[in-house]
Design a protein around this ligand. Structure first.
Ligand code: C5P
Length: 294
């Protein structure tokens, strides 16, 4: 019997949507999506250990976040215990760096990381496909975080196909600037507002997929798309203001991620990203520089 690992600490990455189109609605009201999602270097740290007491004990550095059943990381731990009939409890801690309600899927990422951490602590007994099934019941972005790198996500987000690269570049091919407006967006509200649009805009994902396959990094910024932008920019003036400032100071077009509130731009050089970030910081905007995780 291998020696039991007692605790583990894993990175829980944020995501951006390089592409997000809404293609239809399911009978239960969920929307059918076509997304290209990318993990970025911005991450929380999730630490996890098994305990003899059967309770789930979750703590978080952000004291505003719930640490009970309302937290997706807690839900992941509870479902993992049920699935594996684990008699032990667990102690979880999240060191939070990813802005919340920001379109960066921090909650889904934390849930996926908890599933991976618990699986590693219990000898990888659950196959990834089963972890993804558990994850889908918690949040539609969870399965994406169980796969590596950039993925095409369809259905409600649960049909995930990684974009694989035969050889990975030594340096990150794309850097980004993340701007966090001081206005939060509720995802269900954003979908409701999108439902009310009479002429929603759509785009083809193919040019972006071609860029990725051909590693045509410099043309990726011009093929990004997010169907939520018209409603979010109309209903959230602070996000629109940040978007306009971002547009004025970036050589590449900024985009919304998820249903917002965060905006990002992509650049082929770190120097260009840092120049854009410095200009926006001078204007008082909350900025973070990141790179894409392939
Ligand atoms: O699963 P997730 O937490 O991302 O979803 C939050 C809410 O966003 C859902 O309750 C639903 O109202 C909406 N949603 C949707 N279609 C999706 C994903 C989410 O309508 N594909």
């Amino acid at each position: 019997m291998p020696r039991e690992k007692l605790s583990i600490e894993l990175r829980s990455y944020a995501k951006i949507n390089l592409f997000l189109d809404i293609e239809g609605t399911r009978e239960d009201g969920y929307h059918l999506l076509c997304m290209v999602n990318a993990k970025i270097s911005l991450h929380d740290l999730v630490s996890c250990s098994l305990t003899q007491k059967p309770q789930i004990n979750l703590t978080c550095s952000d004291l505003h976040l719930p640490t009970d059943e309302r937290n997706m990381a807690y839900q992941a731990a509870a479902r993992f215990r049920e699935q594996t009939h684990l008699s032990k409890g667990m102690r979880l801690h999240i060191e939070k760096k990813i802005p919340v309600a920001a379109g960066l899927a921090g909650g889904s990422s934390n849930a996926a990381t908890v599933l991976q951490a618990l699986n590693q602590l219990t000898y990888d007994q659950i196959p990834n496909a089963v972890l993804a099934e558990i994850g889908t019941g918690i949040g539609s972005d969870v399965p994406f975080f169980l796969e590596p790198g950039i993925c095409v996500c369809r259905g409600i987000g649960e049909k995930v196909v990684p974009v694989s690269f035969p050889t990975l570049p030594k340096e990150p091919p794309l850097y980004g600037v993340l701007c966090s407006p001081a206005q939060h967006v509720s995802t269900p509200t954003a979908y409701r507002m999108w439902d009310e649009l009479s002429h929603p805009s759509h785009a083809s994902v193919q040019p972006l997929l071609d860029d990725l396959m051909q590693k045509n990094w410099s043309s990726i910024p011009s093929h990004l798309f997010n169907a939520f932008e018209p409603v979010i920019f109309k209903e959230y003036p602070e996000i629109h203001r940040c978007y306009q400032l971002f547009q004025d100071h970036s050589p590449t077009p900024p985009r919304l991620t998820g249903s917002g509130s965060n905006l990002y731009s992509l650049h082929t050089s770190e120097a260009e990203a840092r120049t854009v970030a410095a200009a926006l910081q001078k204007l008082g905007l909350a900025i973070h520089v990141f790179y894409l995780i392939l």
